[in-house]
Design a protein around this ligand. Structure first.
Ligand code: PXP
Length: 239
């Protein structure tokens, strides 16, 4: 089982003070790899509210595992991806103003547009995942248009929707039987991940918010101690 660590919210903290150079998402990516991440994931949103093009360009240079960029079918973003060539692109829907991705890409509505994007990305040697609901009809379309993998939305499971774990299990089995690589993600945290991680067909989970949130907690004591030591040292500082 591979763990893709989504570092978007490191950039969210940076952008909360727009213009400051920290925290640096690239540094977080390297630390995540030191901790065992098998891949680094970022979402280039149309409003560029956290991750920017420059982050992705540097990540592509320095990430030692693989770089996965979540992106909508927006033409400008697709052009950028063709240029920077991350290892994977995960096609997701995007509604302006949404707090986070709200569901899988509805391929029944955008099949042709998605097919063109998949063709162009694959021509450049980029592997393509499509973020989908656990729905056989959508997964069949993903296979038909040439995706390498599907990422099954675990968001509704995370919200506690009854029957959703079974739907994810069935969808994972179906996708694998179609020859698709099966990934999962959204809303997973330390208390709900195990049932999903135990689904045998799922080979990769992409997890972001809960890991960044936990990193703040496990790092707080040290961060305060470092600042406190500076304050104490300042008393001895010779003006
Ligand atoms: N997978 C996809 C397709 C996503 O859009 C996101 C959120 O950017 C994630 C996984 C990670 O979700 P979370 O931050 O809730 O772990």
């Amino acid at each position: 089982m591979r763990l893709g660590v989504n570092i978007d919210h490191v950039a969210t903290v940076r952008e909360a003070r727009g213009g400051v150079p920290y925290p640096e998402p690239v540094e977080a990516a390297l630390l995540a790899e030191s901790g065992g991440a098998d891949g680094i994931t970022v979402h280039l949103r149309i409003d560029r509210r956290h991750i920017k093009e420059r982050d992705i360009r540097i990540l592509k240079e320095v990430v030692k595992t693989h770089l996965n960029v979540e992106a909508s079918l927006d033409p400008e973003i697709q052009e950028f991806l063709l240029d920077v060539k991350p290892h994977w692109v995960c096609l997701v829907p995007e509604r302006p103003g949404e707090r986070t991705t709200e569901g899988g890409l509805d391929l029944t509505k955008v099949e042709e547009e998605a097919r063109r994007a998949v063709d162009r990305l694959k021509e450049r040697g980029i592997k393509v995942t499509i973020f989908v609901e656990p729905d056989a009809k959508i997964i069949e379309i993903a296979k038909r248009i040439g995706a390498d993998a599907v990422e099954i939305n675990t968001g509704k499971y995370a919200e506690g929707v009854p029957g959703e774990l079974k739907r994810i299990e069935d969808a994972a089995g179906f996708a694998a039987s179609c020859g698709l690589e099966v990934h999962g993600g959204h809303g997973l945290h330390y208390h709900n991940v195990v049932p999903v991680a135990s689904i045998p067909e799922i080979v990769e989970l992409n997890i972001g918010h809960s890991i960044v949130a936990r990193a703040i907690m496990v790092g707080m004591e040290r961060a305060v101690r470092e600042m406190k030591n500076l304050l104490l040292g300042a008393r001895k500082w010779n003006r």
